[in-house]
Design a protein around this ligand. Structure first.
Ligand code: ARG
Length: 463
């Protein structure tokens, strides 16, 4: 295909350099945004009398035809073109003749690509937000089903204090809620149209940038033409959001992997989300969760790649910036894929509440409550802590639990102990006493569920 920029040079590229220079292999994803951006641009050009209404109609009809033909598979995007912008313009000119050559008036590929990428990411991130909302909703309903299920809460992966399983799940709902809001913020910040900034300095034509921004549903226009074509902060911000989402997914995945092991046996994943081993017949592996944990690394890589491409780049556009797309596209796809697998996996997992309760009984997770009991009866906390520590240590050697030490034995150790201690260290009581705001009591957990439900309803009403 003859280069459109033939003129200053022969346009005859070395074959390898030609492929090396080309981005169509990956930027063809943005065909729709490119065409919609061009339709808005042509509409503005005509309204500003830069092109005639007749030319506008021809251009728009041509572009609409190209879009329809790509969508139905009639027109294949060939890898011969340098990029998607050149491809669309070349086909347009092939189809409508010289009028097609007027489309690029008062525009450059530099502002065009900045526009297309923002629009593409805006569309794809709306999908990510939707997937995040579904995940939060799933967590919330799994939590609502499990407000009477106790598990050991861990610190240092050692059993610490009893908590509701719902409470543990809801911790993730909070993380994904922040991820959702972070994405909303980032999308808000990038929702300004750069079109009309042209190569870098603006244009001599009497354009109307606001009109293009309105047609394409941007909040407004970018304020500095140089920044507009050189800025890829929005890619960095989005990739940071993706890296954080993946970090959260990887923590949740890790717990799911642990919980499915025979050592924990807290949950079972549905067969649809597990795989077998080619040699060990007994295996049921949590491959999906492991893959999500693994893919977190590649999204961190996408973020580092993007930051490094931009590091030290002089203003304004440099071809280095063509390297923005593959990383950010990979981040988008990876996050979408991971969310699409994770949510139904969580939705269908079986919870073994008896096993959860059994491990609560083994880990002295009510020791804090026993120390608090003594403290409330007047013993300074440090002394109570020490005494309970030695009681636990004796229990370990004698293979006892705090519940099955007799009151006589307790009294020998300290006469503040009385029969009411057993109530105090009963596991459900331990949970429900932790009724501070955000705590693990059933009352607090139900409040958390209600707040998340409110958040979801509110966000849904905005769509
Ligand atoms: N394919 C290019 C990119 O992705 C489009 C912009 C080209 N601009 C230029 N001045 N060569 O960045």
């Amino acid at each position: 295909m003859q280069k459109m920029w033939t003129g200053r040079t022969s346009g005859e590229l070395n074959e390898f350099a030609n492929d090396f220079n080309s981005s169509i292999g990956f930027d063809k994803k943005m065909y729709k945004q490119d065409i919609c951006g061009s339709i808005a641009h042509a509409t503005m050009l005509a309204s500003q009398k830069i092109i005639s209404d007749d030319d506008r109609d021809k251009i728009i009809a041509g572009l609409s035809g190209i879009l329809a033909d790509i969508e139905c598979g009639k027109l294949l995007i060939s890898d011969d073109a340098e990029d998607i912008h050149m491809f669309v313009e070349a086909i347009l000119t092939q189809r409508i003749g010289d009028t097609g050559k007027k489309l690029h008036t008062a525009r450059s590929r530099n502002d065009q690509v900045a526009l297309d990428l923002r629009m593409y990411l805006r569309d794809e991130n709306a999908k990510i937000k939707n997937l995040l909302l579904k995940l939060i909703q799933t967590i919330n309903s799994r939590a609502a089903e499990n407000t009477d299920v106790i598990i050991p809460g861990y610190t240092h992966l050692q059993r610490a204090q009893p908590i509701l399983f719902a409470h543990h799940l809801l911790a993730y709902a909070q993380m994904f809620k922040r991820d959702y809001l972070r994405l909303t913020d980032a999308l808000d910040r990038m929702n300004y149209s750069p079109l009309g900034s042209c190569a870098l300095a603006g244009t001599t034509y009497n354009t109307n940038r606001q009109m293009v921004a309105d047609l394409l549903k941007f909040k407004g226009v970018t304020e500095n033409s140089i920044d507009s074509v050189a800025d890829r902060d929005f890619c960095v911000e989005l990739l940071s959001c993706y890296a954080i989402i993946m970090m959260h997914l990887s923590r949740f995945s890790e717990e799911i992997i642990l919980w499915t092991s025979s050592e924990f046996s807290y949950i079972q994943l549905d067969d649809a989300f597990t795989t077998g081993s080619s040699i060990m017949p007994q295996k049921k592996n949590s491959d999906m969760a492991e893959l999500i944990r693994g893919k977190t690394g590649r999204v961190y890589g996408d973020l580092m790649g993007m930051l490094t491409v931009l590091k030290g780049l002089p203003l304004a556009y440099n071809k280095d910036m063509q390297e923005d797309k593959e990383g950010v596209f990979d981040g988008v796809k990876t996050v979408q894929d991971c969310l699409q697998v994770f949510t139904p996996m969580l939705d269908s997992m079986k919870v073994f509440k008896d096993n959860m309760l059994q491990s609560c009984k083994k880990g002295f997770i009510n020791a804090t409550d026993l120390a608090d009991y003594l403290t409330k009866k007047g013993l300074p906390f440090r002394e109570a802590y020490k005494l309970v520590g030695s009681i636990v240590s004796n229990c370990v050697t004698q293979q006892k639990t705090l519940e099955n030490i007799t009151i006589e034995e307790y009294k020998k150790m300290n006469d503040l102990f009385d029969n009411d201690l057993y109530d105090e260290i009963e596991l459900f009581n331990c949970v429900n006493k932790r009724n501070s705001e955000g705590g693990t009591s059933k009352e607090q957990v139900i409040k958390q569920i209600e707040k998340i439900a409110e958040f979801i309803d509110n966000e849904k009403s905005l769509y």
